[in-house]
Design a protein around this ligand. Structure first.
Ligand code: ADP
Ligand code: MG
Length: 337
C-alpha cells in the first residue's frame, strides 16, 4: 500500500497513535499549537534541520527505520553541542505519494525509538505531499540554565581543542557505500565495515556528555562535528575571533577506520579532517582543566582527547607528525560551494 489512498489526516493519526506522553507536555499533537510547561529559570534552545532526499540521504541506502532515528539524532546533536537537555521535537514531512506506507511506518518507529532513548517528546509537525522526493524537517527544543549554555564564541588562546569519540568513520562508511552500492549491502559487509556504516546511518548524539561538559563549567566553546573537525573548529575560531593548530596525528580514528584505510593509496586524512557526519563534539577548555575533563568523559563512558591548541592568530592550521603544515584540499561540506 502506498500513501495515495490514505490522506494527510490518517497519516498523522498513524504517527500520533504511537507517541508516548512526554516531559512538560500539556497539549501535544492534535491542536493548532502544542503547549509545553518550561522548567522555571531555564532558557529555551531551539534548532531546526532539513534532510532532503538525494542531498542528505538516498532511499536505496537508508533503511527507513534508521532514517527515522537519524532525522532526530542530528537535531539532538545541535542541542548537545550547546550543552542543553533535549526535550521536545516537531517533525515536518513532505512525502512523495508513491512512498510505501510501510516506509513511513518504519520511519516513524525509528523516529520514536530515538525519541524514547533520548527523552524527547514529539509534540507536533506538518505533513504534506511532495512532487520531488522526501523532505524531512525536524525542529528540536531543549532547555538549559542561562549560565550553563555553551556557545561557539568562548574559545581563548592557549585553550586546548578537544574532540570526543573517533573521526572519519561516517565518511568512510559513505565511501564504502559509494564503492559497493546496494541492492545487497547486508550480505557484502564484514563486521568492521558494518560498524563504519552504522556510524553513518545510525549516529548517536552526544547528549549526555554535552550536558555534563556544560554542567562542569569547564568548557569555553563547543560545537558538534557535522561537517568535519576542520570546518567545525573553524566555526568556533571565527565566532571566538581566534585560530588554532590541529595535530594531524592526534586526531582519533577507530581501528575499523584504519583497516578500511588500507584500501586507499595513501592514508585518507581528508576523511578524518573533513569527512562530516561524525556527530561528535569539538570543544575548548583551559589546559589546566585537562585532568578534570578526562575524568568527566570517563564517567560518561565517552572517549575524548585534546587534538590541538587555540591560538591568537586567526588561521586554523593542521600540523603533521614532523611539525610541517598539512594542506587540506577540502575545508568540509558546504552546500553552495
Ligand atoms: P494545521 O492545519 O493547523 O497546520 P495540521 O492538520 O497540519 O494542522 O496538523 C494537525 C496536528 O497534527 C497538529 O497538532 C500538528 O502539529 C500535528 N502534525 C501534523 N503533521 C505531523 C507530523 N508529521 N508529526 C507530528 N505531528 C504532526
Ligand atoms: Mg499544518
Amino acid at each position: 500500500m502506498s500513501l495515495d489512498g490514505l490522506g494527510e489526516f490518517d497519516l498523522i493519526s498513524r504517527i500520533t497513535a504511537r507517541v508516548q506522553p512526554g516531559h512538560g507536555v500539556v497539549t501535544g499533537i492534535g491542536d493548532d499549537a502544542a503547549v509545553t510547561g518550561l522548567t522555571t529559570g531555564m532558557q529555551l534552545l531551539s534548532s531546526t534541520d532539513m534532510l532532503l532526499e538525494d542531498v542528505h540521504f538516498r532511499r536505496c541506502w537508508h533503511d527507513p527505520y534508521l532514517l527515522g532515528r537519524k532525522s532526530l539524532a542530528v537535531s539532538i546533536s545541535d542541542i548537545a553541542s550547546m550543552g542543553g537537555l533535549p526535550r521536545w521535537s516537531l517533525l515536518s514531512l513532505a512525502i512523495p505519494p508513491d512512498i510505501p506506507l510501510v516506509f513511513l511506518d518504519e520511519f516513524t518507529r525509528g523516529y520514536l525509538a530515538m525519541s524514547a532513548e533520548q527523552g524527547v517528546a514529539l509534540i507536533g509537525g506538518d505533513t504534506c505531499a511532495s512532487r520531488s522526493g522526501l523532505t524531512i524537517s525536524v525542529t528540536i527544543l531543549g532547555e538549559q540554565a542561562p549560565g550553563l549554555v555553551v556557545r561557539r564564541s568562548g574559545a581563548r588562546p592557549g585553550n586546548e581543542i578537544w574532540v570526543t569519540g573517533t573521526l572519519g568513520d561516517a565518511a568512510m562508511g559513505l565511501k564504502l557505500l559509494e564503492q559497493r552500492p546496494p541492492p545487497h549491502p547486508g550480505e557484502a559487509w564484514g563486521e568492521g565495515e558494518k560498524t563504519l556504516l552504522s556510524r553513518l546511518l545510525d549516529p548517536t548524539p552526544r547528549s549526555a556528555v554535552g550536558l555534563a561538559l556544560a554542567g562542569s563549567g569547564l568548557v569555553t566553546a563547543m560545537i558538534d562535528i557535522s561537517d568535519g573537525v576542520l570546518a567545525d573548529f573553524g566555526h568556533i575560531a571565527e565566532m571566538s575571533a581566534v585560530g588554532g593548530t590541529l595535530q594531524l596525528n592526534s586526531l582519533p580514528v577507530s581501528a575499523h577506520f584504519r583497516s578500511a584505510a588500507r584500501a586507499f593509496p595513501a592514508f585518507p586524512h581528508q576523511l578524518v579532517l573533513s569527512g562530516g557526519e561524525d556527530y561528535e563534539l569539538c570543544f575548548t577548555a583551559s589546559a589546566s582543566d585537562r585532568e578534570k575533563i578526562t575524568r568527566l568523559l570517563k564517567k560518561c563512558g565517552v572517549a575524548g582527547m585534546p587534538v590541538g591548541i587555540v591560538t591568537s592568530s586567526p588561521e586554523v592550521l593542521v600540523i603533521d607528525a614532523e611539525g610541517a603544515p598539512y594542506h587540506s584540499e577540502n575545508q568540509g561540506f558546504n552546500h553552495f560551494a
